[in-house]
Design a protein around this ligand. Sequence first.
Ligand code: F6P
Length: 323
Amino acid sequence: VSRIAVLTSGGDSPGMNAAIRAVVRTGNYYGLEVYGIMRGYQGLLEDDIYRMDNRSVANIIQRGGTILKTARCKEFRTPEGRKKAYDNLKARNIDGLVIIGGDGSFRGAVEFSREFDIACIGLAGTIDKDIQGTDFTIGFDTAVNTAVQAIDKIRDTMDAHDRIFIIEVMGRDAGYIALHSGIATGAENILIPEQKTDIEALVASLQEKERRKKLVNLIVVAEGDEFGGANEVARVIKERMPQAEARVAILGHIQRGGAPTCLDRLIASRMGYHAVECLIQGRRNVFVGIMNNKMNYVPLEKVGKKKGTINEEWMKIVKILAS
Ligand code: F6P
């Protein structure tokens, strides 16, 4: 490859900028021409493509969001859309593409790389941590730390008023944010999509705690929990325990923003660097993850959503430590 491009796609996540910076600077270090594509595949279709030099990524390693902006693009799912994308890259002789995003973004890249001679490299940028082949995704650590800070604050009120708090965190179909932030904030219960929610057992445990005057209870719920999220859980608790003071807080997009943590900047920098190394070595269509602190390369088509891998032992720890 001699010319490469980078884009961010799907939901933004803190650390994407650090990854863009690493791709641009590593590419320039090796004498490649590096281009930035605005708004993910959408900008690729619309030819919203710019040359990036080292200065264009100055002062961004500490910033959340993505300077390239991001989008979810339907047109790229069609063969016509992908042809347009290819033509725009070819017009600039770009033959390597780094995609920073989630599994949906990789599926588009797999199709694209099958149809055209563009080497695609995928980096996991999502707060959900729901991608196979990597222990970390760019943004997860920041998101859980944001959730922990928010829950700690809510805990003050919970404690002052002896309340039950049901706090909903993001994560789409995965419970990683809930599990990590829940353990770190000492939650009494953590409800995640990977495990069936036994609402009767939950109510019974709250009633039992009430009998022994333990009125403060923190329940962290993943938004994808099959029982229906924090509002639904609160509705049942209020119905069954009308005397209890239960409140809901939905943390929402606060979890997607803010300055990336050290860990997110570090993994984003390593992944961005290795993405370019891959392109230089002639690797095509691979996903670059980190497992057991080593780089892990997986064919892009084999990378899917990570689900159902919640550690049973962790759930036991939640139970024991919350008693
Ligand atoms: O994938 C990241 C994520 O924040 C999920 O946790 C959440 O379900 C989703 O994106 C929200 O998407 P949007 O910002 O489009 O509402």
